[in-house]
Design a protein around this ligand. Sequence first.
Ligand code: ADP
Length: 176
Amino acid sequence: MELFNGRIEIIDDDITTLKVDAVVNAANRSLLGGGGVDGAIHRAAGPELLEETRTLGGCETGDAKITKGYRLPAKYVIHTVGPVWHGGKSNEDELLASCYRRSLEVARDNEVRTIAFPAISTGVYGFPLERATEIALNEIKNFLKSDKSIEKVICCCFGKRDYEIYVNMAKRTFGS
Ligand code: ADP
């Protein structure tokens, strides 16, 4: 599904297979790899990715750091650390929004034109998917309103259920 003049796209796919300028990794603060999408990205990129992330000194929750993509079809990986869900009163919404904003800022600063996001924090970190989807779509839309350099942002859902939640939220967020 395409939105916002084709600048936002929602797909159901494995993010490690996408030929984009950058894929975003839902990492943890160590940046040393983990499960879920983080593990999949490290496996597909190869051991050189870990060699580079070791040099970065970790990453704060809500922030983002860039590396090369190594054996991935993507040129770069932007590693961002989502909040762990603690019930919603620990600044989780703002921290998740910050992940999307900071990732897009880092992308823009590195001349990235096409970027794909997974559903940050909605796996092991337990953030409710609908709430996370609304935050993701609003942050991406607001960023693209003032930025003209990024041509396409792909929301890469993993599975049909997540895809349908994204599409339904997009209809509400974009009124189409
Ligand atoms: P977090 O710790 O931030 O919750 P997870 O990796 O556990 O990170 O989950 C984040 C999202 O990434 C979930 O929606 C999960 O289904 C999805 N995911 C897992 N593997 C992939 C993949 N290969 N491509 C795209 N999304 C993936």
